[in-house]
Design a binder for this molecule. Structure first.
Ligand code: ASP
Ligand code: MG
Length: 464
């Protein structure tokens, strides 16, 4: 029995006909020593373009919406010409591209007339990106003599609830269907080529798994087939110890644990959805990040263990997309304040990134995604400040959060002091500190203008 692996290719890897041909070559090569299920994202920034078409349609601007659709059609026909050598297969893929983009044009024109794009329609519009790209990859593989079978997410067995925009797969039904359908094709010696990101409800209404959801498609399939490895082919050498645009000495991480990857995903690393990692963690499936444009590089392995040689900390990440709220209430005692504040967040469905409370319980600070700041401020003003008849609310939008991540922190004394010594040595003031109970992560908040320097200082102290 040959080993089964799931290989997923991201948008940049499929960014042109020539690139798709290169990807097909990698797949053909890979098939020599293993069985493969291929999962594809949309080409380049097609999904963003589709979202722009949806936005235009919602405003009733059918001209812009159809112009986007035509540009998408043209781009995909061009890619098809470059990627699919066999004339007969190419005609088949071209017909597919034309009929699907015509269908898409009807969708956006109708939506423009209605001046309305529901979440459900938005998912339908978004789904065309993966359908077009995956069909071209299929054609390129057929041209090379690979016995590829094109499957849309739903045909592959991914059935979700109707949370349009970021739907949840129904398990164990999905696992069972994937085993039957995708597993059945593998047993016949075929190569399933599956659209990432898209799925459908039980009734066959198209849904998506949220932005970046193709990775999740890949781990769901691997989970269902008990595959040993998922390879996420992308345009970088792997997960990095920091953003190389900020830290010139940032390096590729050879091996990190699932838990480290989850912490990194919270800070936006590689655009990984956290839930992508869960099926892999549950079954111990290795995830390899590989570079399509540099296939010799080893990439990053995400698995059960971590690279101890890298030291106690693996990565120093940051996000500017936060704000910090501090509620002070001297009049209150005994945890009432925190309970109230957290109750407001819960009611609003807001998950804070960090929480910190003074020992006297007379003040609590929370760090939130910046886009929910106003919502939370209104809620706190009404339900905490006004209702309790006292207290103060301080809002800071010009802050950024830094996370220092690594399994090695557990049981290594002095990590926090090294972190804050490094930051202090640059004269940077730390506004708030939190350490996760998992001891995988020390996070702190600084003013936004100081964040890059703080990241460089901590990275230099621990990594390079
Ligand atoms: N094409 C979708 C996106 O851009 C899904 C993906 O690439 O994973 O978000
Ligand atoms: Mg994409």
């Amino acid at each position: 029995m040959r080993e089964v692996q799931v290989w997923k290719f991201g948008g940049t890897s499929l960014g042109s006909g020539e690139r798709i041909r290169r990807v097909a070559g990698l797949i053909a090569e890979g098939l020599r020593s293993r069985d493969l299920v291929v999962v594809c994202s949309a080409m380049g920034d097609t999904t963003d373009q589709l979202m722009a078409a949806a936005d235009a349609a919602a405003k009733g601007d059918s001209q812009t919406a159809t112009a986007v659709v035509r540009a998408i059609q043209e781009e995909h026909l061009k890619a098809c010409g470059e990627a699919v050598e066999d004339a007969q297969v190419r005609r088949e893929v071209e017909r597919f591209v034309i009929s699907r983009t015509e269908e898409l044009e009807k969708v956006v024109t109708s939506a423009s007339l209605l001046k309305e794009v529901t979440e459900r329609t938005r998912d339908l519009i978004a789904s065309f990106g993966e359908r077009l790209s995956t069909r071209i990859v299929w054609g390129a593989l057929r041209s090379m003599g690979v016995d590829a079978v094109y499957l849309e997410g739903f045909e592959a067995g991914i059935v979700t609830d109707d949370s349009f925009g970021s739907a949840n797969p129904l398990m164990p039904l999905t696992a069972q269907l994937i085993r039957e359908r995708v597993g059945g094709l593998l047993a016949q010696g075929k190569v399933p080529v599956v659209t990432g990101y898209i799925a459908a409800t039980r009734d066959g209404i198209i849904t998506t798994l949220g932005r970046g959801g193709s990775d999740y498609t890949a781990t769901l399939i691997a989970y269902s087939l008990d595959a040993k490895e998922v390879w996420l082919w992308t345009d970088v050498d792997g997960m990095m110890s920091a953003d190389p645009r900020v830290v010139s000495t940032a390096r590729v991480l050879r091996r990190i644990s699932y838990d480290e990857a989850v912490e990194m995903a919270y800070f936006g690393a590689k655009g990984l959805q956290i839930r992508t990692l869960l099926p892999a963690k549950e079954k111990g499936i290795l995830i390899r990040i590989r570079n399509t444009f540099n296939p010799e590089s080893e990439g990053t392995i995400i698995g059960d263990s971590t690279d101890r040689e890298m030291g106690v900390t693996k990565a120093v990440l940051f996000t500017r997309n936060v704000s910090m709220l501090t509620v002070k209430g001297d009049v209150l005692r005994g945890g009432v304040l925190s309970a109230r504040v957290l109750a407001v967040l819960e009611r609003l469905g807001v998950v804070p990134l960090m929480i910190s409370q003074s020992v006297s319980s007379s003040s609590i600070s929370i760090v939130l995604p910046r886009q929910v700041t106003d919502l939370v401020v209104r809620g706190l003003e009404r339900d905490v400040i006004t209702e309790l008849g006292g207290g103060e609310l301080e809002v800071e939008r010009d802050v950024a959060a830094v996370a220092v991540i690594g399994e090695g922190m557990k049981g290594t004394p002095g990590v926090a002091s090294r972190v804050f010594t490094a930051v202090a040595s640059k004269g940077i003031n730390v506004r708030m500190i939190a350490q996760g109970s998992s001891e995988l992560n020390i996070s702190f908040v600084v003013k936004e203008r100081d964040v890059e320097e703080a990241v460089r200082a901590v990275h230099a102290a621990f990594i390079a």
